[in-house]
Design a binder for this molecule. Structure first.
Ligand code: COA
Ligand code: AMP
Length: 630
């Protein structure tokens, strides 16, 4: 089989293609139709019922894989190494799910999970799926305000957290952060369960707090509760252009089918193989490829608490791959850049036995060709860049290692996967010729696994994704398709930036800086960074009567962003400017500011209201006279 065969089979009859793929999932009741294209961006398998946790755990535990490791945990932060077989995973998850039911959690109720990379986080996610509760995981690097926004939007009945997370050189105390978030939020959860880590216990001081084991004491194991294929499995908040994150809704049925299919066709993982996604459970990559996809397939998944470098060194990835005979690794290009910087000659790679390793997959940000080539040379396996979003749930473009690999073209995210009719269009929605850059869109309906909508925000869903280009889903990314159909994803068309593979809203950072009383207005834009791809940089204007010292103001704004958005924003650079460059209609020229900060030539937009300010800012940043049109 080749990629072309797979794509052709899907093109000929998408519904037959996905119905065939759906045979890889166990259903409680069959669907009435494969697709209902009239709803949202498309609803898959309406009428069918299933349980995602059953498909991820029980059927393997009962089907001869009970003693096979399902989840391996490696923490280079604590030295903890653990292994859970499918049978053990079922026992653990069923008990936690039973405790949730006992505390009143019902199908459709939301459970917010704010935890570090520990196996208990995976148990919590799977326990929700088991009883039809909707999990909403918040990335541990976000601070109280971000958590509060999500609490108010998702209105969870239960919150599951841990006493602390471990970052190099510091502990992250989740409990006080969560207490602050609950204080800030209007909605109050009924119960808050805390996993006490031995590295640092938290004080349980509220009526609603309950310790993890105490919560589960005496609970009866819960059976899997069948839900509709179209019922929500989880909500995952992701950055939009404003400070209000978007609650991406993922269904059960289409998600299970697409992820199960992708695990073999894209990553070439069979039941019994070991797969490792070195991401975080707080991101979509973690949801799809640390938890659901490998388990749906009956594979062994690796969960890792640590960093690619410094915990303790740049060889940790390769040693884990050797130790667990990992067949394929999925990580962010930033991680590979960090490893390359520490180990340019690949000494750590050579020191490990990677003979069973067959592929490295990268996503989260564009993989620059030098990084891709370096990894390929060192590892001697295909290095596959693939492109996707929280919204899509799995890759829109990539490669099919398990169904015939297509050529790898460095700089390209590969070819569109089945399920996605990718087009590049001009502002009027007309397809542009091969090689021309435009907005990347996907023709409706979207494939299974894609977002079912935004949580209780139908109008925002329509506006954000389906309105600009009627008949298409707007990805928010721009790039081009080459003559041979390879996709190149080059930049965002909105105010989202990608910092070390973490998706951040510049608007959210701006909203926090604007809280400072001396700030009149500000703009935040992504500037280039050799390691993290992009970093946020602030341009701050003070109130007319402000006598604030510029450096003090910047330091205070940096602290504010860390306090409100979180350390993960990596907001450390800012400059105080007299005015912000704007169009005559008042739109801040963030793209031009980014070019100035990067020291790149920039054009003076015809619509600018005050061209002189660009020169002033260029001079202030040490790049005078960089304009290329006067
Ligand atoms: N909980 C709390 N804080 C967190 C966190 C978490 N889960 N994850 C990151 N942070 C904090 C870090 O401690 C750091 O804080 P600091 O400013 O006090 O140092 C900050 O957020 C930025 O973290 P990070 O992006 O991890 O950068 P780093 O400088 O600590 O490490 C790399 C650099 C390259 C090692 C790291 O960025 C990396 O591993 N990148 C790959 C990212 C990835 O896998 N993304 C997933 C997309 S698939
Ligand atoms: P997230 O929703 O956090 O997964 O971020 C999705 C965004 O990350 C996309 O819209 C792209 O801007 C970017 N992205 C993810 N993968 C790639 C890739 N392989 N190449 C280029 N950009 C990518």
């Amino acid at each position: 089989m080749t990629y072309a065969d797979v794509r052709q089979r899907w093109r000929q009859d998408p519904e037959a293609f996905w119905a065939e793929a759906a045979a890889g999932i166990d259903w409680v009741e069959p669907w009435t139709s494969v697709l209902d294209a009239t709803q949202g961006a498309g609803r898959w398998f309406p009428g069918a019922r299933l349980n995602t946790c059953y498909n991820a755990i029980d059927r393997h535990a009962d089907g001869g894989r009970g003693d096979q490791p399902a989840l391996l945990f490696e923490s280079t932060m604590t030295g903890r190494q653990e292994s859970y077989t499918y049978s053990e995973l079922r026992t653990t998850v069923a008990r936690l799910a039973g405790a949730m039911q006992r505390s009143g959690v019902e199908p459709g109720d939301r459970v917010l999970i704010y935890m570090p990379m520990v196996p208990e986080a995976a148990f919590a996610i799977l326990a929700c799926a088991r009883i039809g509760a909707v999990h909403s995981v918040v990335f541990g690097g976000f601070a109280a305000r971000e958590v509060a926004t999500r609490i108010d939007d998702a209105t969870p009945k239960l919150i599951i957290s841990a006493s602390c997370g471990l970052e190099p050189g510091r502990k992250v105390f989740y409990k006080p952060l969560l207490d602050d978030a609950i204080d800030l939020a209007s909605h109050t959860p009924e119960r808050h369960v805390v996993l006490q880590r031995e590295e640092q216990a938290a004080e349980l001081n509220r009526d609603i707090d309950l310790e993890w084991h105490e919560f589960q004491d005496g609970a009866e194991p819960a059976d899997c509760v069948p839900v509709a294929a179209t019922d929500p499995l989880y909500l995952l908040y992701t950055s939009g252009t404003t400070g209000q994150p978007k609650g991406i809704v993922r269904d059960n049925g289409g998600h299970a089918v697409a992820l199960h299919w992708s695990m073999k066709a894209i990553y070439d993982i069979d039941a019994g193989d070991t797969f490792w996604a070195a991401s975080d459970i707080g991101w979509v990559v973690g949801h799809s490829y640390i938890i659901y996809a490998p388990l749906l397939r009956g594979a062994t998944t690796v969960m890792f608490e640590g960093k690619p470098v410094g915990t303790p060194d740049a060889g940790v990835f390769w040693r884990i791959i050797e130790r667990h005979r990992v067949k394929a690794l999925f990580t962010a290009p930033t991680a590979i850049r960090a490893i390359r910087r520490e180990d340019p000659d690949g000494e750590f790679v050579k020191a490990s036995d990677l003979s069973h390793f067959t592929g490295l997959f990268v996503a989260g940000e564009r993989c620059d060709p030098p990084t891709l080539k370096w990894a390929g040379e060192q590892l001697g396996v295909p290095v596959i860049d693939h492109w996707w979003q929280t919204e899509t749930g799995w890759s829109v473009a990539g490669n099919t290692l398990g169904a015939g690999l297509v050529d790898i073209r460095p700089g390209s995210a590969g070819k569109p996967m089945p399920g996605w009719d990718v087009q590049v269009v001009d502002p009027e929605g007309q397809p542009v010729p091969a090689g021309d850059t435009g907005a990347i869109v996907v023709r409706l309906p979207l494939g299974p696994g894609a977002l079912a909508g935004l949580w209780q925000a139908e109008e925002r869903f329509q506006q954000a994704y389906l309105t600009t280009f009627p008949g298409y889903y707007e990805t928010g990314d721009a790039g081009y398709l080459d003559e041979d159909g390879y996709l190149y994803v080059m930049t965002r068309t909105d105010d989202i930036i990608n910092v070390a593979g973490h998706r951040l809203s510049t608007g959210a950072i701006e909203e926090v800086i604007a809280l400072h009383p001396a700030v009149a207005e500000c703009a935040v834009t992504g500037i280039k960074d050799k390691l993290k791809g992009q970093l946020p940089m602030g341009f701050i204007c003070t109130q007319a009567d402000s006598s604030a010292n510029p450096q003090t103001l910047i330091d205070e704004c940096v602290a504010l962003v860390r306090q409100h958005v979180g350390a993960v924003a990596a907001f450390k650079r800012a400059v105080v400017v007299k005015r912000l460059p704007k169009t005559r209609s008042g739109k801040i020229l963030r793209g031009t500011l980014a070019k100035i900060a990067d020291g790149e030539p920039y054009s003076v937009p015809a619509t600018i209201d005050d061209p002189e300010i660009l020169n002033e800012i260029s001079t202030q940043l040490g790049h005078p006279g960089n304009t290329n049109d006067g």
